[in-house]
Design a protein around this ligand. Sequence first.
Ligand code: ADP
Length: 473
Amino acid sequence: MRKTLYLKFLLGYFIFGFFGFIAVATFVSSMTMEHLTREKADALYKEATLVANTYAADLYNNETSLDTVKKQLDALDTYLSANLWIINPSGRMILDSKAPVDVENETVISDFNPTVTGSSYYTVGNFFGCFTEEQLSVFAPITSGYKVRGYVVIHYPMSSLTASCNGLLNISYLMLVVLFLLSLIILIFFTEMVYLPLRKITEATEQYAAGNMHYEFQVESEDEMGYLAASLNYMASEIARTEDDQKKFVANVSHDFRSPLTSIKGYLEAMLDGTIPPELYGKYLGIVLNETERLTKLTNSLLVLNNLNTRGMMLDKSIFDINRIIRDTAASFEGTCRKKTIAIELILTSDELYVNADVGKIQQVLYNLLDNAIKFSHHDSIIKVETTEKHNKIFVSVKDSGIGIPKDDLKLIWDRFYKSDLSRGKDKKGTGLGLSITREIISAHGEHINVISTEGVGSEFIFSLPVADDNED
Ligand code: ADP
C-alpha cells in the first residue's frame, strides 16, 4: 500500500497517544507514588515526634499512666487511620493502639533494629514480619537524659497510599484522553489545510505529467498551499497556451508555404506539359517569381521572429537621430509611393532627435509600419510620419487614411499570421508577421506600441522610444 502523508500523520498521532499512555502508566505512576509516600511519611513523622516528645516521654518519666497514653494513641489511630506503637529499644512492645493494654503477655518484635531506616526516617515493608500487608513505618525516638528510651512507630498501610495514587492516576488518564481528543483538532486542520489541497495538487501534477495541460483544479485557501496551487494552475495554462500557439504557428506556416508552392508547381507543370504555350512563359514566370518572392519574405520574417523570440533579446543599442532614420526609410519607399501616387509627409520635431535604441531593429519597425500604411492606403493619399517629445520619451506616429482596421480585429492584428479579411484584397503577399515582429522589437526596448484605427477612415500606429541621456555617449 502506498504510504500517504495522511497515514503517516495518523500513525504519528496514535504513536503519540500510545507513548502518552505508557508515560502516565510508568513514570507518572511511580513519581506520584514516591511523592505521596514521602509526603505521608513527613506528616506521620511530625505526629510521631510530637507523641515521642509529649505523652511517650511522660510515660517513661512516670509522669502519666499507660492507660492515659493508650487513650491518646487510640484517638490518633482513628484520626490518622494508622497504627501507633510505643516500643523499647530492644523491640518489646509497650503500647499498641490496635490492641488492649496487656502487661502479662508482652509482645516482643524479634530482630528489631532501629537503624533499618538508614539515613531516612521511614521504611516500607512488613516491619520485621509483624504485618502481612506492606506498611509505611515511621520512627521517632523517645529520649530522656540524652538516652534513647524507646520509639514511637506509626504504621500506615501502603494499600491506602496505592488507592490515593490510583485516584490521582485516573485523573491523569482522563486528562490524557481529553488531550488526545483535543489533538484531533490538529488532525482535522491538517486534513483540511494540508492533506486535501496536497492531494488535489498531486492529482493535477499527474494529469500534467500525462500531457493534459488543460486540467484545472481549485484550492480555495489563501495560504502557501493556495499560492502553490494557483502558481501550478498558471504554469499549466501557460504551457497549454504555448503548446496551442505552437500548433497554430506550425499550421499557419505550413499553410502559408503550401499555397505559393502549389501555385509554382502548377504553373511549372503546365509549362512542361505544354498547357501554357511558350509565348505566355514570360507572364507565368513573372507570377512564379512573385510567389518565390513571397516565400523568401516569409522565410526571412520567420527567421527574424525566431531570433527576436529568444528571451532577453540582444539589442545593439546606440544613440542615433531618429529623424534621419525616418527620412531614410521613407526615401526607400519612393518608388512604391510614386506608383500609387502616395505622398509621405514628415512632421518632425526639431532637426535632430536623439534616441537610445537598436538602430537596425527600429529601422525594421519603421519599414513594417510604412509598408503597411502604403499597402492599405488608397491611391492619391497622404501618409504622415510625426515625431513628438513628451515626458522624456520620443513618440513616433505613422498615420494613413487607408482602409482602416475593423474594431474586432484591433486586438488580433498583433498575433502572428493574422490578416484581416478586409486586407486580403489589397495585400496578397502579406505574411501577417510584420506587426508581431514590430511589437516584439518595441517590447524588447521596454517601450509600447498602440494603434488607433477606424474602418474606412484610416489607421495610426504610435510607438515610444527612450530619449538619449545627455551624459550618454
Ligand atoms: P502583413 O505583413 O501581412 O502586413 P502585419 O502583421 O503587418 O502583416 O499586419 C497584420 C494585419 O493588420 C494586416 O493583414 C492588416 O489586416 C492589418 N493592418 C496592419 N496595418 C494596417 C494599416 N495601416 N491599415 C489597415 N490595416 C492594417
